[in-house]
Design a protein around this ligand. Sequence first.
Ligand SMILES: [Zn+2]
Length: 434
Amino acid sequence: MAQITIKQDAAIRQMVDEVSSKNIEATIRKLVSFKTRHTLSDTTSKTTGIGAARNWIKAEYEKYAADSHGRMTVQFDTFTQPKKIRVDRPVKLKNVLAILKGTDPKDTRVYIVSGHYDSRMSDIMDPNGDEPGANDDASGTAVSLEIARVMAKRSFPATIIFMAVAGEEQGLDGSEHVAKRAKSEKWNVDAMLNNDIVGNTHGMETDLKDNRSVRVFSEGVPTLAAGNEREIASLISLGGENDSPSRELARYTKETAERYVDQLDVKLIYRRDRYLRGGDHVSFLQQGFTAVRITEMNEDFTRQHQTIRTENGVNYGDLPDYVDFNYVQKVARMNLSVLANLASAPAEPQDVGVITSGLTNRTQLKWDAPANGKKPAGYYVLMRESISPYWEKKFYVTDNKADLAYSKDNYFFAVQSVDADGHESLPVYPKPVK
Ligand SMILES: [Zn+2]
């Protein structure tokens, strides 16, 4: 392995250290205590059902917001989900959003971290059974809550939204509503991290145990490019199908999280989600935003979407005793390091292009500084071989252009902004320009 220099920002390191597995465990056990968080479950009881659960989540965020000097505000994102498959009557759904406003009024970027707080059992239409949903997805909800607690006390130039959504099991209903709202209200969502099923470290039938590896799923061809002939033609001709914005976010997540979290191995899965399955990041991809899914390495399907029971000596059910809280802590730290680094960084360079006016064996790139927010100290031009999954070299430049003795025919490039403390923006894959 090539030698790698790890340079940590002390402030981010401190926040990473503050993420507590004890708090995560308490949150997951509390969410389980509501007995069911099924989207169609009771909303009037103070102790059971999705109504009690969402009120508790909101109150918890409000506690953290008290430490934010007024920068964090908490809201229900409420809407009526019409009747459809898996929703047998119109039902009022409430996502919970804790918004930590950025300190730079000119910086409009928004970063979102999300988990779904609804749960289910074997029968997707049964709202009343014991549906603990400890791993799916109290674990992801606990990630959003715990890092909100730590980050509320800090300030960042860009805005971060800590989200717990409903209706995932019924068909991504809650996330679809937020994503469409973000689009229509023109939120400048730069990246969305979806944490769903992030707490189990044991692979069922394979008997694999792994508390180091975490999967990050990212799409290759952007969801929105489907049906756009010009975009598809460009991807085919330039070979950009491995450089969607979401894939750049996935690579960034690996690079940043492994910089801050010990004994963490981020596995990039070059696929939108698991085989034939989906999650809340897809709602954001469908609106044209950059998003990835974070999930444990090995899944235990006796613990997902299962009614609690014993059958042929096998115990079924998504119970908290099977969640590895230290592992969820690692995942939370991973999310925090990525969000903190992004929200501290300058925005991406604009109009990044490869100059194609002459045929040469070199690569000339040019770009503009980000229009708003803090000025970059410089830029990294990232480079990799066409068959490599990760960026391999980076060139630091302080100008808005680079001229490299490597051919654009043989390598892939991207450009990211960086500030004086080393916080990098997401990399931007260039377009051909004259
Ligand atoms: Zn889930």
